[in-house]
Design a protein around this ligand. Structure first.
Ligand code: ADP
Ligand code: ADP
Length: 216
């Protein structure tokens, strides 16, 4: 049966970084809702234009369009063995929709690693984050710098600072997480799928914590 893992945690805690590593290791698709919105934005689709108005303010894109986008993504062939969901679900309505969709596809949410770090760490990570234009690979100016300044190690494309990683929006995104996404901690805990991970450690140690949590 396919394996579905949902990464839960505040913006900047390191979900995307770990999702990429784990997807490769576990041979699962990596589905990042934020990356999908940014691809739509780059492609100037209608969805991209709609999403941008919310993303720039640090607000969530409405559930109906977000759920439809993820549904389409989950039907692609690379999700046959399962996927790591990074940034989705972010509301209880999205979590309910995911449960239904996976049931339809013959799967379920198997594990929910919930990664934590104090707000100070999140702000420091988001404000130092640099993202690659081509494929969204992420770096940090101090914690995880690229070999060559402003250039992606993996694909050579230019690195940029996301508009929503600038300070006012960062504060709002953390607030939105606490209001709308944090209820999913209890949601998944009550289903017995939640595993807590200390996100304050370095990238390698967090990966180790993930691997041991997922083996259980
Ligand atoms: P999220 O997807 O949860 O928003 P990211 O994976 O994009 O988080 O990481 C946010 C920033 O923090 C990036 O600049 C990344 O390089 C850096 N980062 C990720 N994990 C760690 C870690 N364990 N220690 C220090 N910095 C990290
Ligand atoms: P981060 O990992 O730093 O929190 P993301 O790349 O996951 O950032 O998300 C960036 C923005 O995209 C969010 O602030 C929100 O506007 C939008 N977004 C991403 N995922 C969702 C989702 N599941 N539901 C609604 N909006 C989303």
């Amino acid at each position: 049966m396919a394996t579905f893992i949902v990464l839960l945690g505040p913006p900047g805690v390191g979900k995307g970084t770990q999702a990429r590593i784990l997807a490769e290791h576990l041979k699962l698709a990596h589905i990042s809702s934020g990356d999908l919105f940014r691809e739509n934005l780059k492609g100037q689709t209608e969805l991209g234009r709609l999403a941008q108005t919310y993303m720039n303010k640090g607000e969530l894109v409405p559930d109906d369009v977000t759920i439809a986008m993820i549904r389409e993504r989950l039907t692609r062939p690379d999700c046959k063995a399962g996927a790591i969901l990074d940034g989705f679900p972010r509301t209880t309505a999205q979590a309910d929709a995911l449960e239904k969709m996976l049931k339809e596809f013959g799967g379920k949410v198997d594990k929910v690693p919930y990664v934590t770090a104090p707000e100070k760490v999140l702000v420091e990570r988001l404000s130092g984050r640099w993202t690659c234009r081509a494929q969204g690979h992420v770096y940090h100016d101090k914690n995880n710098p690229p070999k060559q300044a402003m250039v992606c190690d993996i694909d050579g494309s230019e690195l940029y600072q996301r508009d929503d990683d600038k300070s006012e929006t960062v504060v709002r995104r953390i607030q939105v997480y606490l209001e709308q996404t944090a209820p999913l901690i209890a949601y998944y805990r009550s289903r017995g799928t939640l595993v807590e991970i200390d996100g304050t450690q370095n990238i390698e140690k967090v990966t180790k914590a993930f691997m041991s949590a997922l083996e259980k």
